[in-house]
Design a protein around this ligand. Structure first.
Ligand SMILES: [Fe+2]
Length: 213
């Protein structure tokens, strides 16, 4: 029997937390960021109105997921507790992956991401992917960009920098328009957990072709 989001409370509340986060996120006076937030919320509204299918996916871990408990501990006591605690509820069902055909040897133990909603599920949707990316302390995530895809990262735990411009604490949002080259570094003391959204053409989201620059 097909399962739908209304029958899967833990996934439903996690997606709800994303919705609340993007609906209430400030745009800092930036018109492109305001449009991006609106696009994510509008697309998510349309997805939720259809009561999407929840697809079974095989749970997978990567070496970096050993840092997830600490990231969730940090998230549960900052302003991102709603999202962090909802993520903790589904932690045993997450599929952590690399996404890249070739992962640099130095990155493999220190990085992985999981999807919450998107063409591959677990919550089935077109036109939008919501997920989390986890980094070990002191990680360099090499330079990359995303063709045709708008990306935002919202910090849940730990501290990080993009392109050496500023330091982002929990609750901060960083926006990458399509093609924007970015490289991430994380602080030495704690893992870094970021929520992310990708919005773009369905065919590109289904096959994003992730490569490092
Ligand atoms: Fe990115």
């Amino acid at each position: 029997m097909r399962q739908h989001l209304s029958d899967a409370p833990d996934w439903r509340y996690l997606v709800r937390e994303f919705h609340t986060l993007y609906r209430n996120a400030p745009c800092g006076g930036s018109e492109p960021i305001r449009r991006h937030l609106r696009r994510v919320v509008d697309t998510l509204d349309a997805v939720l109105a259809e009561d999407p299918e929840v697809l079974p996916r095989t749970p997978e871990t990567r070496p970096v997921t050993a840092h997830l408990p600490r990231a969730l501990d940090l998230g549960s006591r900052n302003t991102m507790a709603g999202l962090s605690d909802a993520l903790a509820r589904v932690r045993d069902g997450l599929t952590w992956e690399y996404g890249y055909a070739e992962v640099p040897a130095a990155l493999a133990p220190n990085y992985a991401y999981c999807e919450i909603l998107g063409p591959q599920g677990p919550v089935r949707a077109d036109g939008l992917i919501l997920g989390f990316v986890l980094f070990a302390p002191d990680t360099v995530y090499p330079q990359h960009s995303h063709r045709d895809i708008e990306e935002s990262y919202i910090s849940v735990a730990g501290d990080w920098s993009q392109n050496d411009f500023g330091v982002h604490a929990p609750g901060c949002l960083v926006f990458n328009p399509p093609g924007n080259e970015h490289r991430i570094t994380t602080g030495p003391d704690n893992p870094c957990l970021l929520a992310w959204a990708w919005i773009g053409p369905a065919e590109r989201l289904a096959a994003p072709g992730m490569v490092f620059s």
